[in-house]
Design a protein around this ligand. Sequence first.
Ligand SMILES: Cc1cc2nc3c(=O)[nH]c(=O)nc-3n(C[C@H](O)[C@H](O)[C@H](O)COP(=O)(O)OP(=O)(O)OC[C@H]3O[C@@H](n4cnc5c(N)ncnc54)[C@H](O)[C@@H]3O)c2cc1C
Length: 126
Amino acid sequence: MTTKFETHEHDVLIIGAGGAGLRAAIEALGQGASVGVVCKSLLGKAHTVMAEGGIAAAMANVDRADDWRTHFRDTMRGGKLLNHWRMAQLHAQEAPDRIRELEQWGALFDRTADGQILQRAFGGHT
Ligand SMILES: Cc1cc2nc3c(=O)[nH]c(=O)nc-3n(C[C@H](O)[C@H](O)[C@H](O)COP(=O)(O)OP(=O)(O)OC[C@H]3O[C@@H](n4cnc5c(N)ncnc54)[C@H](O)[C@@H]3O)c2cc1C
């Protein structure tokens, strides 16, 4: 076993380089922290890059009745009310902004006929 190692110092150390970890890294960096990201595999080889079916967010682009409360209710119901309700609420409320952010950063989404981000119901979604 080698005894050689390097030491890196950071304000924030993030374990995991999928979507959650990298979004956290962007946020921490934006707050002026020096950030280290650790992952157990190749950078970019995470479940996040395999997801292509869709992202849950109540954007009301297809169904005008769609809003964060519906998403919140679906999430709590899907979690058999075991979810941390406040996290589920924040998730439902902030998801549309996060989608718009991803789009600004270059993510490509299918479009509706009038050019908005396309939506369809996923399993468990109203
Ligand atoms: C094929 C597939 C299709 C999917 N499709 C969809 C979809 O259409 N819509 C949807 O909403 N969700 C989908 N999902 C689920 C979605 O991809 C995940 O819920 C989401 O990407 C999780 O993000 P994450 O950042 O938490 O984890 P991940 O993207 O899995 O990242 C985890 C990171 O942690 C690192 N890591 C793990 N263990 C350690 C350790 N011990 N030490 C250091 N690093 C570690 C990994 O290397 C990786 O970098 C899909 C998943 C798969 C596999």
